[in-house]
Design a binder for this molecule. Structure first.
Ligand SMILES: NC(=O)c1ccc[n+]([C@@H]2O[C@H](COP(=O)([O-])OP(=O)(O)OC[C@H]3O[C@@H](n4cnc5c(N)ncnc54)[C@H](OP(=O)(O)O)[C@@H]3O)[C@@H](O)[C@H]2O)c1
Length: 404
């Protein structure tokens, strides 16, 4: 009898329990033996969990770990501590841990993977990136020898929902944030989502899988969505683009470089059509050209589905990705869209001239101008900046823009 333990019994932990029970027959057929959910660790002893029969539930770590020798542990606590200590403990004992905890994996994944390797255990984190979307194990399994030189994705469902509402219904940022909180998409403290920490964690994890090593976090920059204004969205729509929060990482001379920031995604790009709470990931490589993965990025059932499949995947798992991309990323030039409001126009123009900034086009608006600039260190301008994702030739600005 296989002994299963669950750390945390909130949205995700509870859904893992349900998914395991719901699919008991098919899971047991896959693993070729019966299983039992034997123990659950929680924090709050006051919560009513009377519906859980025949399961040892405790708030005490010492009791939990001494209760039994588990064969598999699902971690759905969240945060760094105590999740790190608990995960470390089980991996060190050679017990596989399946996690949905993107923050822990992004910040401590390298260390935990070393522990897992030396303990001979599987550390699974399919559910930590893009909820139900099976990108992690596609990279570890079906694409284990495929060279990838770039990965790009819409990795945060909350902000994508907000931006979709702003674009499609002309609503303000503040208005949609409030609604996202009421709908339970955004936390009461929405910092992780709107300052892009959540998408940043996921991009770090994706980079590790795509490029076969952990990125230096300093090389993955992060910008939030709170500076997005309605007129930016109007300009985007005018020139055939969608405003999205995009994570983009690539290999440049063997180093992983990445950014998570608001982006103008050209309409014919696949990511332009990813709306609402959906997530999308596109990977690029010489042989695969581009491969896209799209689906629900969060939610208890979707995340639990990934966690259970992750556990079953480890049975077939043969080892790490072996390929480091040989070629450079698909786009050599990089373009940004900089928003210059009326008040800062003179100062920005002066700066651009002094630094020989290559302004390809300037798109006028009543509030100011949007400049499309090439290969420029635009963050020094202290103006809202968007990465441009897609083919510059598809930007429909030429008919009403001026070249400076
Ligand atoms: N929710 C989603 O849609 C989603 C999607 C993908 C990934 N994730 C990730 O999944 C993880 C869990 O998220 P969630 O939404 O399920 O969170 P949640 O609903 O807040 O549940 C957290 C659970 O962990 C328990 N817990 C918290 N601190 C603990 C501690 N110190 N010791 C023992 N137990 C502790 C809580 O116990 P009590 O029940 O006693 O309070 C609760 O059962 C996070 O890493 C999150 O980023 C969530």
């Amino acid at each position: 009898m296989l002994k299963v333990a669950i750390l945390g019994f909130g949205t995700v932990g509870g859904s893992v329990y349900e998914r395991l029970e719901k699919s008991r027959k098919t899971i047991e057929k896959q693993i070729d033996e019966p299983f039992q959910i034997t123990a659950i660790l929680v924090k709050d002893r006051q919560k009513d969990r009377a519906n859980l029969k025949d399961v040892f539930i405790t708030t005490e770590w010492e009791q939990f770990k001494a209760h039994q020798k588990y064969d598999i542990v699902f971690e759905a606590i969240g945060g760094i501590e105590p999740a790190f200590t608990y995960t470390h403990y089980f991996l060190d004992q050679g017990i596989p841990v399946i996690s949905a905890n993107k923050k822990l994996v992004a910040k401590k994944g390298e260390e935990l993977e070393k522990v897992a390797t030396s303990g001979g255990a599987f550390y699974g984190y399919e559910a930590a990136v893009a909820g139900a979307v099976p990108i992690v194990n596609a990279l570890r399994g079906t694409l284990a020898t495929t060279a990838i030189n770039q990965v790009r994705g819409i990795l945060n469902g909350t902000t994508n929902y907000m931006l979709t509402e702003m674009i499609q219904k002309g609503r303000s940022f503040a208005d949609v944030l409030l609604e996202a909180q009421q709908l339970g998409y955004a936390e009461s403290d929405p910092t992780d989502d709107i300052e892009s920490f959540d998408a940043w964690y996921k991009l770090i994890i994706l980079s590790r899988l795509c490029f076969g090593k952990w990125a230096d976090p300093e090389q993955i920059s992060r910008f939030g969505v709170s500076e997005i204004e309605n007129w930016h969205v109007e300009v985007a729509s005018d020139i055939g683009c969608q405003v999205k929060l995009v994570g983009d990482a690539r290999l440049e001379e063997g180093e992983i470089k990445g950014i998570v920031s608001p982006a103008f995604v050209v309409n014919d790009e696949l990511l332009a059509s990813i709306n609402g709470v959906t997530n999308g990931v596109v990977i690029y490589g010489e042989d695969i050209h581009e491969l896209a993965f799209v689906g629900p990025g969060a939610g208890g059932a979707a995340t639990a589905n990934s966690m259970v499949e992750d556990y079953l995947f480890q049975k077939r798992y043969k080892g790490d990705r072996v390929v480091i991309a040989e070629s450079d990323s698909k786009e050599s030039a990089s373009y940004d869209v900089v928003f210059v409001n009326q008040a800062s126009y003179g100062e920005c123009l002066h700066w651009a001239e002094a630094h020989s900034v290559n302004i390809i086009e300037s798109i006028p608006h009543a509030e100011g101008e949007a400049w499309i600039v090439k290969d420029a260190a635009v963050d020094y301008l202290h103006q809202p900046v968007y990465q441009l994702c897609g083919d510059l030739n598809q930007v429909k600005s030429r008919q009403h823009s001026k070249v400076l």
